[in-house]
Design a protein around this ligand. Structure first.
Ligand code: SF4
Length: 372
């Protein structure tokens, strides 16, 4: 079943490392909500035969929206699309925007999964990342959500920060595990071009973490979380049994999703399109009955094979029978040289008719993907 993504393009402040589309001026919020609801309805004709089983509010900071904003968005979604009553419904939240009242409101809505952008449990690291919350507020958010009955919570963490040592990273992971959440995402810090962080590195004010140390942190993460009962089901994502993020799995498994809001990308019937990365422009296009996409591509077979392999290597592996019936050739035969070499060197394995990377292979995922 396909998923639904909604991009909420507002943040209180812009974090130095972030290249997601969001703005700190909230004056267009009402116009955004109105356009979002129109956009939801405008795609219904091509999606009437589909049933959806995930909804994901991402951003930006969706937790900045009010209870009545959410209510009206849910009303538009449920009255337009066939949505499974068992759907996973996630809201990304910044701990700096949450309190007990806000979380109580989430509980009254169909939301059943909270993804918290914690990033670190160390105040000096949060300060470096220009996050608006403290470590204490992050812990409070998790505990309050749990007290209110949320049973599916993710904590996002970032490692390989400049000046971060292995002990600090271990502390972050131990704190997250100690909070008993069902899911942990652990990403290494990326210096995205155009961000203030990128510019700081360019002028020598900040140095990237040592590559060896970054590998150690990644390897520690994989081993430690495995020992604590988390399954690594994607290169940066770890979940307790049955708590893999169903929505994100759609991206990695090459399944369909429809997305609304500025900069949001959809993938339906072999076509991918991305909305314009500008709130005013996006709103204007939707309000005048036009398509909000400024980029569309049809995924041809060659691209589909490449994406299937790349996404598979990063996540659950490549199911060989499924691959053969989809692309009409045998993965093992076509790529016999890299497959044999990777298995021989312990970077990959074949189990239950699936070719997948080992823990050692995950550490070199991008390099390995280039062999195919
Ligand atoms: S809160 Fe999230 S989306 Fe907003 S600027 Fe920070 S990292 Fe980016």
């Amino acid at each position: 079943m396909p998923g639904i993504y909604l991009h909420v393009p507002f943040c209180d402040t812009k974090c130095i490392y972030c290249d997601f589309y969001s703005i700190t001026n909230h004056s267009q919020k009402e116009k955004f909500i109105s356009a979002l609801k129109k956009e939801i309805v405008s795609h219904s004709h091509k999606l009437s035969s589909r049933k959806f089983d995930t909804i994901f509010f991402g951003g930006g900071t969706p937790s900045l929206l009010s209870y009545s904003d959410f209510n009206s968005i849910f009303e538009a979604l449920y009255s337009t699309y066939n949505i499974s009553p068992e759907s996973e419904i996630t809201i990304e939240s910044n701990p700096g925007t949450l309190n007990a009242e806000k979380l109580r409101e989430f509980k009254k809505l169909p939301i059943n999964r909270i993804s918290l952008g914690v990033q670190s449990f160390i105040d000096s690291e949060l300060k470096f990342l220009t996050r608006i919350h403290s470590a204490g507020e992050a812990v409070y958010s998790v505990k309050t959500a749990q007290d209110l009955g949320f049973e599916n919570i993710n904590v996002d963490l970032i490692f390989a920060l400049p000046n971060q040592n292995l002990e600090n990273w271990k502390y972050n992971l131990e704190t997250a595990v100690g909070l008993n959440t069902q899911h942990i995402s652990a990403y290494s810090l990326i210096f995205e071009e155009g961000t203030p962080l990128f510019n700081l590195r360019q002028c020598g004010k900040v140095n990237e973490a040592d590559i060896e140390l970054e590998h150690q942190m990644f390897e520690f993460t994989m081993e430690y979380l495995k020992a604590k009962g988390f399954k690594q089901y994607e290169i940066s994502n770890y979940a307790k049994d049955g708590f893999e993020c169903k929505h994100n799995l759609k991206y990695w498994n090459h399944e369909e999703y429809i997305a609304f809001g500025p900069s949001a990308s959809s993938f339906i019937a072999g076509k991918r399109w991305t909305n314009v990365r500008n709130l005013a422009k996006c709103t204007e296009l939707v309000e005048s009955g036009k398509d909000a996409a400024d980029f569309t591509e049809t995924i041809d077979t060659k691209t589909s094979i490449y994406e299937h392999i790349f996404l598979g290597l990063r996540s659950k592996g490549i199911e060989l029978n499924d691959f053969k019936s989809k692309y009409k050739f045998d993965f093992r035969e076509k790529y016999s040289a890299p497959v044999k070499e990777l298995i021989k060197n312990g970077f990959a394995e074949i189990n239950n008719d699936t070719f997948r990377l080992t823990t050692k292979g995950y550490a070199l995922c991008d390099e390995i993907a280039s062999k195919f």
